[in-house]
Design a protein around this ligand. Sequence first.
Ligand code: SDX
Length: 429
Amino acid sequence: MTDQAKLMLGGKTAELEVRSGSVGPDVMDISSLYKRTGAFTYDPGFSSTASCESKITYIDGDEGILMHRGYPIEQLAERGDFLETCYLLLYGELPTAREKDDFVHRVTHHTMVHEQMSRFYSGFRRDAHPMAVMVGSVGALSAFYHDSTDIADPHQRMVASIRMIAKTPTLGAMAYKYHIGQPFVYPRNELSYAENFLHMCFAVPCEPYKINPVLARAMDRIFILHADHEQNASTSTVRLAGSSGANPFACIAAGIACLWGPAHGGANEAALNMLGEIGHKDRIPEFIARAKDKNDPFRLMGFGHRVYKNYDPRAKIMQQTCHEVLEELGIKDDPLLEVAMELEHIALNDDYFVEKKLYPNVDFYSGITLKALGFPTTMFTVLFAVARTVGWIAQWKEMIEDPQQRIGRPRQLYTGATHRDYVPIDQRG
Ligand code: SDX
């Protein structure tokens, strides 16, 4: 017997079925509420709204838990690799050795993009933000790969998924090379996913590029940490775009556009710029005061989260990865890291941040790490988009394959003008 919730409104009573997941909060099914009461629910930031049923990622914000298909992020980041995590997100299970080899082979042999794409890039200004290039180039994939846009065909859905996971690193590296005026570097099939991305970004035709295994492992782990995160803003954008039947390339381009915002994936770039603006730990109190000032729109970038009201488990792993990268590169006393660690220490002991449960999130330490790896701040969100492509695709596939799937179409609370008749212009004013 499932539990029920009763809602009384205007003399009517609606009995709502309460459903339980395998873990986490119950939900009240309000899908027939309007039909039965004539009223909508109202939740503009979706803080209390489950938009779908999913089996992919579970987050417990109070406990600081993140699991993909039941596996804790700490174990996946420590013991797995990114393509294995991609397989897990897409298929629901960790691959056997043979399954993994087959999956890696399929992704590796889809990393090239249509040669015409390089002409597509030359339409951009060199100083275009790489995220603007990514929104355009990923959306343009649907103009090149018509043979995997029929979303009703499971085979084409999987081909489009593999193509997206394989090609976004190539497109991201091309956006970087175009930005700095260097020639594009083709993917290399003998390299791992992370090695290949570093090679496409940092190799130049004049000399061999030497892969640093410690940095490649750090890059791979950064991809794992950003792979998927439940129904965040960009994933919800992909699901809503996909609910109309739009092709997967266009849906992922919509997700990239949403991710770009500084409140979301753009926070890694904004966090590093903020640490640079603070400049020295002596100036931290000034910025803490600004973050607490209701009249100042300034927020501590890389802090706070809609779901995590405890430490973001990814931030802990990112901080450890940051120290590994700085040590490998012999970067001692990085002033930005010094400011970041002092800022974290002060904020975590300040009543305002403690009371509002504002902790560092995944974006707080990623910027320092990515800068040390050699990326400019404008590339930080591109890296986030490359990693999150698998999460968007897995969530899109889950939605498309749900037999209950319908187009998403929220309603509203209308507070505008009620009926009034047109007034000819000579009678106005
Ligand atoms: C990501 O959803 C996801 O899962 C996203 C993500 C993913 O993997 O997909 O985890 C990736 O986007 C991480 C978040 C990155 N964004 C930032 O670091 C930007 C800075 N953070 C804030 O903008 C904010 O914390 C959000 C956007 C992350 C969350 O915003 P909410 O949930 O809408 O919280 P809120 O704005 O309602 O804030 C609650 C209170 C407010 O004070 P009051 O109005 O209640 O007095 O906390 C304050 C806010 O002013 N607050 C902050 C703050 N974040 C919230 N005050 C200072 N600095 C901050 N960073």
